[in-house]
Design a protein around this ligand. Structure first.
Ligand code: TXA
Ligand code: MG
Length: 320
């Protein structure tokens, strides 16, 4: 992978400013192809602590380290042949790989919540890659929203959710994919799908030659953070969310999929990729006090539908 500058819509002096803010332990929100990230120096305990504080995030939930090349990832984790094959096919892109931590890895132990693995990903966005290269170190970055709330897919969402807590927001327009990366754990005997996301299961299967296993349910408990992203209520708007709705109660907004009446429609043609890109912005747009709830039409699990239904089930889960 070349280090040549990519076309990037952020002026060079703003990137330099962002990189020096990161070097001082500050936080910079930046666009990726999936959702906006809240970035900080992944090698600094204090920068990572500032990320957890800004999000109000339970500190047992570890962060992804974002890199701008496979070589940079291989300096952090044991990057074996399967990781190489997956990265060759899907990086840059919405696939996060959980791999064994290298003994000389500079990543903050706080960023990994004390696990002996690290999640790494190379995002497919010119601004994200330019920022990581300008900074010269991996960026720890969760989605740039308050913990548990709907993820941001525009700079305005970040400003609404975290505006006073972030040093700088780099605006790259709306995110292309719209749901977070697929998280695949390669630390065990078989690949484990920890979180469905922007790379469809069908695409992963084509490279792995087999369908990745899902973690057992007890792995999601806070005391066993194998799959800490499997916490129940998450991605939640203020209004109650009702899934697989064939009708609408009086006062409910309808989030549609495919043909039919809806207050907003994720994809009138029933395309799950289009629906993923619209999911979080439409959930936000319907989260208004003049509605009593959000009724969501059924969405098939195919392609990015799996990731969409995962996010919607948590949006609809009992609030803790
Ligand atoms: O698309 C994305 O992945 C976005 C953009 C900003 O890159 N980031 C994102 O980060 O969604 P976050 O923090 O919201 O989700 C990271 C997920 C969580 O489910 C976390 O539990 C899991 O990755 N994770 C991180 N490190 C892990 C590790 N060492 N072992 C297992 N799971 C890990
Ligand atoms: Mg998140």
């Amino acid at each position: 992978m070349s280090d040549a500058p990519l076309p990037c819509s952020i002026p060079p002096d703003r990137l330099t400013e962002a990189a020096s803010l990161l070097a001082q332990g500050g936080l910079v929100a930046f666009p990726t192809e999936t959702v906006y990230g809240l970035g900080g120096d992944a090698t600094s305990d204090s920068a990572v602590a500032a990320i957890f504080a800004a999000k109000g995030r339970p500190s047992f939930n570890p962060l992804i380290s974002h890199v701008a090349s496979v070589e940079a990832a291989a300096a952090l984790v044991e990057f074996g042949p399967l990781a190489q094959a997956l990265a060759a096919r899907f990086w840059p892109g919405p696939l996060t790989l959980v791999l064994p931590r290298r003994s000389d890895s500079p990543i903050s132990l706080l960023a990994t919540a004390g696990l002996d693995s690290i999640a790494v990903r190379m995002p497919d966005h010119p601004i994200a890659l330019a920022l990581i290269r300008a900074f010269g170190r991996p960026l720890a970055a969760p989605s740039a929203n308050r913990s548990g709330a709907v993820s941001p897919t525009t700079a305005a969402h970040v400003a609404q959710s975290l505006g006073d807590k972030v040093g700088m927001i780099l605006d790259g327009g709306p995110c292309r994919v719209g749901v977070e990366s697929t998280v695949l754990d390669l630390t065990g005997p078989v690949p484990l799908l920890l979180r469905p996301g922007g790379i469809a299961l069908e695409e992963l299967e084509a490279v792995l030659g087999t369908r990745p296993a899902r973690p057992s349910p007890e792995a999601g408990s806070p005391t066993a953070p194998r799959a800490p992203g499997m916490l129940s209520s998450h991605y939640a708007p203020t209004l109650p969310v009702r899934l697989d709705a064939s009708d609408a109660a009086p006062g409910e907004a309808v989030l549609g999929f495919g043909p039919g009446d809806a207050t907003l429609n994720l994809s009138p043609s029933g395309d799950p990729t289009e629906a993923a890109a619209n999911l979080f912005s439409m959930l936000r747009a319907l989260d208004r006090p003049d509605f009593t709830g959000i009724a969501v039409r059924p969405i098939p699990d195919a392609g990015l539908g799996l990731a969409i239904n995962d996010r919607l089930r948590r949006a609809a889960a009992p609030r803790g």
